[in-house]
Design a protein around this ligand. Structure first.
Ligand code: HEC
Length: 147
C-alpha cells in the first residue's frame, strides 16, 4: 500500500514537472506547490499546498517588483492555511531564469501583466535577496496602496 502511494506520488510529481516544462523551462520551481496550471495544488481544500497564481493580484501587481520580492524573501508562515511554505527561492535561479519565470507567471493562467527583464531582476536581487521573510499583511497593504 505504502509502495503504491509512493509510486502514485512520483507519477504525479514527474507529470507535473513534465507539463510545466512544456510551458516554461523553469516554472517547475513553482509548480510543485502552485500547480502546473497555476491553480495551486489542492487550493480550496483542507490540504491546499499553496494559493493559486491564476488571478493573483499580487503576481500581476505593478511592474513585477512585488512578485520578485516574494521570490527573494518568501512569506513568513503565520497560520496553517497551506501545507506548503513560500520559502525564499531566488538564489536557486539566475537573473535570466527568474525574469522568465516572473514573465511567464504574469502572462499565463489568464493573467495579463507586462513581462520583466533580467536587468530588472538583477536590481531586485540586490534589493531583496537575504532580507527577512515578508509578512502577508505587508504584502496585501502594498497591493492596496497602489491599486
Ligand atoms: C514549497 C511550496 C511553494 C513553492 C515551491 C512556491 N510557493 Fe509560492 N507560495 C507558497 C505558499 C504556501 C504561499 C502562501 C503563503 C502565505 O500567504 O502564507 C505562496 C504564496 C505565493 C504568492 C502570493 C500569491 C497570492 O496571491 O496570495 C506568490 C505570488 C507566489 N507564492 C509565487 C511563487 C513563485 C513565482 C514560485 C516559484 C518561483 C513559488 N511561489 C514557489 C508555496 C510555494
Amino acid at each position: 500500500m505504502k509502495r503504491n502511494l509512493l509510486t502514485l506520488l512520483s507519477v504525479v510529481v514527474v507529470s507535473a514537472a513534465g507539463m510545466a516544462s512544456a510551458q516554461s523551462v523553469t516554472y517547475t520551481l513553482c509548480a510543485a506547490c502552485h500547480g502546473p496550471d497555476g491553480k495551486g495544488i489542492g487550493a480550496g481544500t483542507p490540504t491546499a499546498m499553496a494559493p493559486p497564481l491564476a488571478g493573483s493580484v499580487i503576481a500581476t501587481h505593478g511592474d513585477g517588483e512585488l512578485l520578485a520580492s516574494i521570490i527573494f524573501t518568501g512569506i513568513a508562515k503565520e497560520d496553517a492555511k497551506y501545507l506548503g511554505v513560500m520559502a525564499p527561492l531566488g538564489a536557486m535561479a539566475k537573473d535570466e531564469e527568474l525574469a522568465e519565470i516572473i514573465s511567464f507567471v504574469r502572462k499565463s493562467f489568464g493573467n495579463e501583466a507586462p513581462p520583466v527583464d533580467a536587468e530588472k531582476v538583477k536590481g531586485w536581487r540586490e534589493k531583496y535577496n537575504g532580507k527577512p521573510m515578508q509578512r502577508r499583511a505587508d504584502i496585501e497593504a502594498a497591493v492596496k496602496k497602489t491599486e
